[in-house]
Ligand binder design. Structure first.
Ligand code: PMV
Length: 336
């Protein structure tokens, strides 16, 4: 057997329409609530994993630079795959994002979905998408969803070992090809990461119990809106879930304010557009960027409105896309 075992994969970020916020088990990354997302197209992480029996330790290069901080997380994720394969080989991991990292665009979701997919193939592990979803979840909760394309639900699950807290595809992207316009309102890395934000919200926000109690209803509405391609219903439940998640975080101690002034202005513009009949709604994750989801015919109007919002630095337009998949290693076009 040769000493080198290599594969590459691509995965895309996803955006939750019914949000995940809170963990029922922090070590296993088990969510306190189920969630529903859309997987994007056009934005991607491409990752090549090369296990080499001669390497003394794992190496992780992101966008051409050795990333010491993320390396430990990458190693822990690879450990899960090494354990399954019964090997101790270290790996050289080279990864590239075609969008800004750590700016609220779910780079960890696409990153760990691509890592698990590439590493499993490099080790010759015949894992199902469900098994990959479970492994990706252990590294970053929302990564469980990026294993799948289109409309995706990640289950809360009942089991203590988390085997049933995995994602599945609800509907293919091509069935209902909505568009997403991302308004970049800041390029700074966020101050409080999602794990710390979730812990603080659960421990100190007076709205935590109310958040958990209503999630099943929100999920049921979103599921049926997606099945019926009912844009208005999806718009209402998605904005409600987003605002509720932020209300919960705002009421934590100390309060978590993920928005800046431009974020709020963009939300008003999107609301005004929908009020005037444009099929668009917003969602915001644990950061200041605003994601506007719209029907395809509205995309130019939405893009123009967000680009004209004072303080918006850039707009990125994308569609809905596929789940994580293997690619040729030379598609990375970056040096090891
Ligand atoms: O996967 P994490 O730990 O980065 O958490 C993601 C949390 C939100 O993006 C705010 C919501 C979600 O469901 O993606």
């Amino acid at each position: 057997m040769p000493p080198v075992h290599e594969a590459a994969a691509q995965a895309q970020p996803n955006i939750a329409l019914v949000k995940y916020w809170g963990k029922r088990d922090a070590a296993l990354n088990l969510p306190a609530v189920g969630s529903i997302s859309i997987t994007l197209d056009g934005l991607w992480t491409r990752t090549r994993v090369r296990f080499d029996e001669r390497l003394p330790q794992d190496r992780f290069v992101l966008d051409g630079r050795a990333d010491e901080r993320e390396a430990a997380r990458v190693s822990r994720c690879l450990d899960l795959l090494r354990e399954r394969a019964g090997v101790r080989w270290r790996a050289d991991v080279v990864s590239r994002n075609n969008f800004p990292t750590a700016a609220g665009l779910a780079s960890s979701a696409s990153g760990f979905a691509a890592l698990v997919t590439a590493a499993a193939a490099a080790l010759g592990l015949p894992l199902s998408a469900t098994e990959k979803s479970e492994l990706a979840r252990r590294a970053s909760g929302s990564a469980a969803r990026s294993i799948f394309g289109g409309y995706v639900e990640w289950a809360h699950g009942r089991r203590a070992d988390g085997k049933d807290s995995v994602a599945q595809c609800l509907r293919a992207a091509a069935d209902w090809p909505l568009r997403v316009v991302v308004a970049i309102t800041s390029r700074a890395a966020k101050e409080v990461g999602s794990s710390e934000g979730m812990r603080r919200s659960a421990e100190t926000s007076p709205y935590h119990a109310a958040w958990i109690a209503a999630q099943e209803d929100d999920l049921a509405v979103a599921r049926s809106a997606i099945a019926a391609r009912d844009f208005q219903r999806l718009a209402e439940v998605a904005e409600h879930s987003c605002l509720k998640m932020h209300a919960l975080a705002l009421a934590a101690r100390p309060g978590l304010i993920y928005w800046n002034g431009t974020t709020v202005e963009a939300l008003h513009r999107i609301r005004a557009l929908r009020g005037s009949g444009v099929p668009v709604f917003f969602t915001v994750d644990a950061g200041p960027q605003v994601k506007a989801v719209c029907e395809p015919q509205a995309v130019e109007t939405v893009r123009a409105a967000l680009a004209a919002t004072p303080g918006v630095l850039d707009v990125i337009e994308c569609g809905l896309g596929a789940g994580a998949r293997l690619i040729e290693a030379d598609a990375l076009e970056c040096a090891a």
